[in-house]
Design a protein around this ligand. Sequence first.
Ligand code: MN
Length: 211
Amino acid sequence: MPAHYPFGLEPLPYSYNALEPYIDAETVSIHHDKHLKTYVDKLNAALEPYPALHGFSLSQLLSKPELIPKTIQTTVKNNGGGVYYHNLYFNSMNTPWDEPTENLPVIRALLNQFGSLDAWKARMKKHGENVFGSGWSLLVLDPNRRFQVVPTPNQDSTLPQGLVPLLPLDVWEHAYYLKYQNRRTDYIDAWFHVINWNAVNNRYVGQMLLT
Ligand code: MN
């Protein structure tokens, strides 16, 4: 999978029904094969006439939006952000997972900063519930290598603020409406059961090892 233009549709790392009963197969299938595919296609179409941008990674394209040509700035922000967050989202879940263990550095660090996993969950949940319309609740690492939990609207990247997403919770209606209808809170409670903590830990350790 190229890390630059033309961006590809990353395959799901599990089967459509792997997240059942928490997230249903039809939602996963439409979310990945249709919604994410559309973001990928629109991002590539926007970048196509700009060969000077073809060597850059998604992180680079999203980190300094002011350097993107004005005519495609919004398209890259929306669809590039969509590709970035969805790849993280789908790669942050797995078949209903064992309880997270303190063997993982990311869990020890979360406990150290938030006091308990429940305290961290409450923040993720509060921001997820409070996003008005479409958006995300995000666990990020800030420039001081501390965690923050922040909301972001639409597909707006936090990279320009130096906040690196470690674990994204999609609260767009397309992420839950088929199974949960208007019950966003029930979807958020279910999502905590399918977090792939090994994947989140790998991301955390990778960031912490960067100088
Ligand atoms: Mn989505």
